[in-house]
Design a protein around this ligand. Structure first.
Ligand code: C5P
Length: 214
């Protein structure tokens, strides 16, 4: 049995008390991964941004809103975990300054000054202890495989799941699973539940079984 942390869904970065930046992630891939991991007998902690999709019974769910909150919760859960699956689509930018009151329209438009949020997978990838593993996702619109491999190395992932933009907020997915040495382990397409089972099978054989058989 492995202890697996899954980040899932979008995060929000508020501009003022009512407006925020986010993306269309539904959390469905994270929910499907949680179910597939539970079905294999693993324990699962999901760190989720605001989503309406339900997570399976049996998963411990920690709700967060911002990318920093997702990082804080993931860092703490990862301390006692064997692996992290970064299936979330955290908001990559946040305003340099959050207005404490709702901004009023002036008729002159609005200039936003944005800074990057922390990268959860890269932070935990850089800190992982011997025996811990990190699986990232990569969503690209061009040079998909090459960029996924570069990302895997930059974020110190042990495996990466490459998908394209049509995966966002969709029922189905079409992914390529790539090992840390660049080997293409397989291409899986279909409903996210089937894709998640296929991804977990690769994680089980490449990352979990070798450690548990030591
Ligand atoms: O760089 P990009 O957003 O495409 O990387 C995708 C991977 O990095 C996914 O695994 C996603 O969950 C993770 N990520 C993260 N924190 C961010 C941005 C992305 O963990 N701020």
């Amino acid at each position: 049995m492995a202890r697996i942390v899954i980040t899932s869904g979008p995060t929000r970065q508020y501009l003022d008390p009512v407006r925020y930046l986010t993306n269309g992630s539904s959390g469905r891939m994270g929910a499907a991964l949680a179910k597939a991991a539970l079905d294999l007998g693993h324990s699962v902690t999901v760190i989720s941004g605001p989503v309406s999709a339900p997570y399976p019974d049996g998963a411990q769910v920690i709700d967060v809103v911002s990318t920093q909150e997702m990082l804080d919760a993931a860092e703490s859960a990862f301390e006692n975990a064997d692996g992290l699956i970064g299936a979330a689509a955290p908001c990559d930018y946040m305003p340099q300054h959050i207005e404490p009151q709702k901004m009023s329209k002036t008729g002159a438009g609005l200039q936003l000054s944005l800074i990057e949020t922390p990268d959860i997978v890269a932070t935990l990838g850089a800190k992982k202890k011997p025996g811990q593993w990190v699986v990232g996702f990569a969503l690209e619109t061009e040079d998909i495989r090459f960029r996924a491999i570069v990302k895997m190395s930059r974020k110190c992932c042990d495996m990466i799941v490459s998908n394209c933009a049509t995966a966002m907020n969709a029922e189905d997915n079409d992914v390529e699973v790539i090992a840390s040495d660049g080997t293409i382990l397989g291409q899986i397409s279909g409903p996210k539940t089937d894709v998640a089972r296929g991804i977990l099978a690769h994680i089980q054989s490449r990352l979990i079984a070798p450690i548990h058989s030591k």
